[in-house]
Design a protein around this ligand. Sequence first.
Ligand code: NAD
Length: 275
Amino acid sequence: MTIPTLQLNDGRTIPQLGFGVFKVDPAETERIVTDALEAGYRHIDTAAIYGNEEGVGAALAKSGIARDELFVTTKLWNDRRGETAAREALGESLQKLGLDHVDLYLIHWPTPANGSPVETWRTLASLRDEGLTTSIGVSNFDERFLPEILETGIVPAVNQIELHPQFQQRAATELSAQHDIKVEAWGPLGQGKVDYASTVVGEIAERHGVTWAQALIAWHLQSGRIVFPKSNRRERMEDNFAAASVQLTAEDVAAIDGLDQGAAGRVSADPAEVS
Ligand code: NAD
């Protein structure tokens, strides 16, 4: 199966469908990421705070897959702000991953309580220029936080934000699009906290003979977003991967768009409150 790629604003390409490892037990990560690679995934989304970069790295090394066929993202945690700390943090992540560079490095949260992220953001640009990460971006920088980053003149390649049908983040998505910043939707399935099977998503899935999760992933892909749904279970990994070949109609996409509840649809933390 061919996974579509998107071109980032720095000229690089990213596989639009990947595999996320939030809450994947470090002791099980090597096996689970090995399963994901065998299922066909080539894009892995991890973070320093997940504590499982070593398991990701072990699975990548064991797979024998050429480095240039892989796309690996990790993220800078909130307590590693400023030039020195951020540099050290990426170095530690690379060591755990067993890589000499990642494909994408993100500031994980804006953490307004910790002061401005600008120095850290400029440091990420230096790390990119030095080749330690190919692309750089931000995560959880909605329309309240993205403008300060944009004022630096260094435009993120991606903005990774919570996004699923009942929480579509229209303001953050529009601001990102104005600057050709690709949106990565985290929690693309609502983190299993929303019964999307009982909504119009379930009806659409039934009509296409696919699962509700596949219909949702197809909705994200056809809307131009990058997604990396997480599952520990091999059959669900395969199911989610196969969603790349599901073709929804424009009416299906519009019907799912209609589920947006604005801020009331959020199922996880508000970036203004994370420190
Ligand atoms: P998700 O929306 O991918 O939901 C995962 C849950 O959905 C699984 O635990 C499982 O219960 C269920 N699920 C998965 N596939 C299914 C299927 N085919 N059928 C039925 N149920 C299924 O949520 P997530 O893991 O939080 O988000 C995906 C990735 O996004 C993470 O693994 C991580 O890489 C990233 N993420 C980033 C941030 C951030 O702050 N940047 C926050 C959360 C997650």
